[in-house]
Design a protein around this ligand. Structure first.
Ligand code: SPV
Ligand code: MG
Length: 290
């Protein structure tokens, strides 16, 4: 089965699907190796990897190229974080086929104004577009896809913007009506209460998607028990793990005046060569080099 169809089927399946963030093909490969169902092509992570804010500073092309590189490296579905869709419904119409052609299986598009500000930053600019405008963008995304299994996930930032449950629920229902295959409900409260209240009140027909970065105490088994959530996304744990590991090793090398103490604790060069796909190249050498 094509991975778009696999993704669509799993999204609707009662078993919870889990996606890990990645900012490059190596991170995507490690996430697949760890057993994640899908890769989250996080705008936050890619921005961080370029050391710029997650506020539409990077061009759409940089994000698209990275999604293509990740989709070419892993077999699991890649979910692209297209932020606000790079402009209005027209921009969305042109962006979606490019993501689909890049091998991506789903896009997540949020209802903020362009340029967006990152959701988890305190005092960020969290302005939302009109409901009708965002419905037009969802319809444009759905109309632009060529494979009917390619998924369009609508994300409402109503709770992030402090607009309350009623607004979040009304927007989610309007986005489902516009054709969204799932609704991502985001919150940056330190407890899951706000999101759990939304899930309890949700009476729509499409599955929900959660990103529990701000409320890490919410576990998969508890999300699964809610029954309405199809996908949990771990939004930034690849870049945070990488930053933590690099900081520690870099500091230790400066402290020790050499690499003698850190070497044994690091993945071996052989391990990295394996992750580069060395076995595949050896096979090509065996078959074709004469
Ligand atoms: C991302 O990972 O880019 C996201 C999730 O959109 S968040 O950063 O929490 O907004
Ligand atoms: Mg993002």
């Amino acid at each position: 089965m094509h991975r778009n169809a696999r993704f669509r089927r799993k999204l609707q399946d009662p078993a919870l699907m889990h996606a890990m963030s990645a900012h490059n093909p190596l991170a995507a490969r490690l996430a697949m190796e760890a057993g994640f169902d899908a890769i989250w092509g996080s705008g936050f992570e890619l921005s961080a990897s370029y050391a710029v804010p997650d506020a539409n500073i990077l061009s759409a092309g940089v994000h698209l190229d990275m999604m293509r590189a990740m989709a070419a490296t892993v077999d699991v579905p890649v979910i692209a974080d297209i932020d606000t869709g790079f402009g209005n419904a027209i921009n969305v119409s042109y962006a979606v086929p490019q993501y689909e052609a890049a091998g991506v299986s789903a896009v997540v598009m949020e209802d903020k104004t362009f340029p967006k500000d990152t959701s988890l930053r305190t005092d960020g600019r969290q302005e939302l577009v009109r409901v009708e405008e965002f419905q037009g963008k969802i319809e444009a995304a759905c109309a632009a896809r060529r494979d009917p299994d390619f998924c369009v996930i609508a994300r409402t930032e109503a709770l992030i913007a402090g607009l309350g449950q009623a607004e979040a629920l009304a927007r989610a229902a309007a986005y489902e009506a516009a054709g969204a295959d799932a609704i991502l409900i985001h919150s940056r409260q330190a407890t899951p209460d706000e999101v759990l209240a939304f899930v309890a009140a949700w009476s729509g027909g499409v599955p929900l998607v959660l990103v529990p970065t701000a409320y890490p105490q919410l576990r998969e088994r508890d999300i699964q028990a809610l029954g309405k959530v199809g996908l949990v996304i771990y939004g930034n744990h690849a870049i945070r793990a990488a930053v933590g590991a690099m900081r520690k090793v870099f500091a230790r090398i400066r402290e020790d005046g050499g690499i003698h103490a850190v070497d044994a604790g690091l993945p071996t060069v052989r391990d990295i060569i394996g992750l580069q796909g060395d076995a595949d190249m050896r096979e090509l050498e065996r078959r074709f080099l004469r």
